[in-house]
Design a protein around this ligand. Sequence first.
Ligand code: COA
Length: 329
Amino acid sequence: MSIKIAGTGSYIPERVLTNADLEKMVDTNNEWIVTRTGISERHIAAENEVTSDMAAAACRKALEAAGVDASEVGAVIVATCTPDYTFPSTAANVHRKLQMSKAFCFDLSAACCGFLSALETGTSLMVANKKYRYVLVVGAEKLSTIVNWEDRSTCVLFGDGAGAILLENVDDGSDSGLIASDMNTDGNWSDILKLPGGGSVNPASHETVDAKLHAIHMQGQETFKLAVNAMVSACRKVEADAGITISEDIKVVVPHQANIRIIQAVAKRLGITEDQVICNINRYGNTSAASVAIGFDEAVRTGKLQRGDLALLASFGSGLVWGAQLVRY
Ligand code: COA
């Protein structure tokens, strides 16, 4: 059985929010943001543009790239921490917007590690059941709706966007798609990065709104330190399991885009060159579950990743959830 990446797509909303714009909103400056994070601008979805619109746009492009009709898709998994609603799922809204027929659709919650988690889940679904010939794996976020725009320590970091991969079961014995992975969780770190309000712990109330509990709360330095170690160890585990040498065999590494300094520290410890790393954080900021999917699509569309090449995906995020995946395009 072989599951190939039949097509990729991404969608970035039109409106750009620059560091200069943020200087007018909070006590910050372009130099601090660029040197501490690597971000120059991020894109913000229009008010009437919701997560499923961006997810559907990315899916449309992935389907077009593969020449596959939406009616042929067997399942859609949308990784997101900014769903359209708590229920119905964002994936069900994608189903409606793409006028799908038979697709089994659900959302997946693993914050910034959502896309890797969805790729793991989507591939496993296809391995378990041949009726899923085509599966769309999506990361989509409208993080601008959960950012506290008065908190300079977080509001400069995040942006909106979506990315998608269409998986196809080609069943020809070829060595393609997801080849090896190392996915992990440590719930003991669940307090360092969270959205405290709106769930069963702090149901929405006037008080939760006044206390800004419906926005991202983050301990930045702790997250930073854990992120580097976690991504490097997952990449090394995949390297050993797959019997490859990252610095020699991998065409591109697509890391989660949270901070340029995290990306550089990971690259240094993996012994890879700048050319091997997909980095777009300067333009998009951190788009959580969408970031690796967007980076992967860019690698394909810019020709950095060609058919047959190996890519290494790496991510970490709230949970703590982290992982690495070896994929052949
Ligand atoms: N503009 C200007 N100054 C800012 C600022 C901003 N936007 N945000 C914070 N500061 C200030 C702080 O108040 C602090 O000032 P002080 O020394 O007077 O107290 C100073 O800058 C240093 O803050 P610190 O938090 O130590 O900065 P940092 O170098 O750790 O960078 C992050 C902060 C958030 C950029 C960094 O910790 C980070 O990227 N962490 C990982 C976050 C992450 O990956 N999140 C997503 C996970 S999926």
